[in-house]
Design a protein around this ligand. Structure first.
Ligand code: FES
Ligand code: FES
Length: 165
């Protein structure tokens, strides 16, 4: 077992984990943060995407021990004071989801995009989300949702900025 310290959605945790434990299993099974789903076993679907120290990563392709000393944000950590994140609002308003299984990963990948490129073109949105699969929507409304969130003033993912919403 290996001891890790990690901050997840603003809460600090210290845990003993097996070196082979994947970050997604740590989040879901140990911390109970089941808002981040597992959609495949091949690192293909992107449903498990979270933010790890400012980069969106597929948490099924990262070991929990690799997150030692890091800050993780999941889709469950995006709302502030009961208000949904602009991307969460935009996905709702633009009908960017059907079953919703891909949505946490889509939102986390889109958040990473908007932090680096606050005014993306539709093609840039599609390119940024190419690692995230959706089998329901045909992607059109997902792209619309990201563009709608980008048109707002505060889509960035930086925690301090989110806290000011
Ligand atoms: S569950 Fe991680 S990419 Fe599919
Ligand atoms: S909304 Fe069902 S997989 Fe995307």
């Amino acid at each position: 077992m290996t001891r890790i310290s990690v901050k997840v959605d603003g809460t600090a945790y210290e845990d003993e984990v097996e070196p082979r434990l994947l970050l997604i299993h740590y989040l879901r099974d140990r911390l109970g943060l089941t808002g981040t789903p597992i959609g495949c076993d091949t690192s293909n679907c992107g449903a498990c995407t979270v933010d790890l120290d400012g980069e969106s990563v597929k948490s099924c392709s990262v070991l929990a021990v690799q997150a030692d000393g890091s800050e993780v944000t999941t889709v469950q950590g995006l709302a502030t004071n009961g208000s949904r994140h602009p991307l969460q609002k935009a996905f709702h308003e633009q009908h960017g989801l059907q079953c919703g299984y891909c949505t946490p990963g889509m939102i986390m990948a889109a958040r990473d995009l908007l932090a680096e490129n606050p005014d993306p073109t539709p093609d840039e949105v599609r390119h940024a989300l190419e690692g995230n699969l959706c089998r329901c929507t045909g992607y059109q409304n997902i792209v619309r949702a990201v563009l709608a969130a980008a048109r707002q003033d505060t889509p960035a993912r930086v925690p301090a900025q989110e806290a000011a919403l």
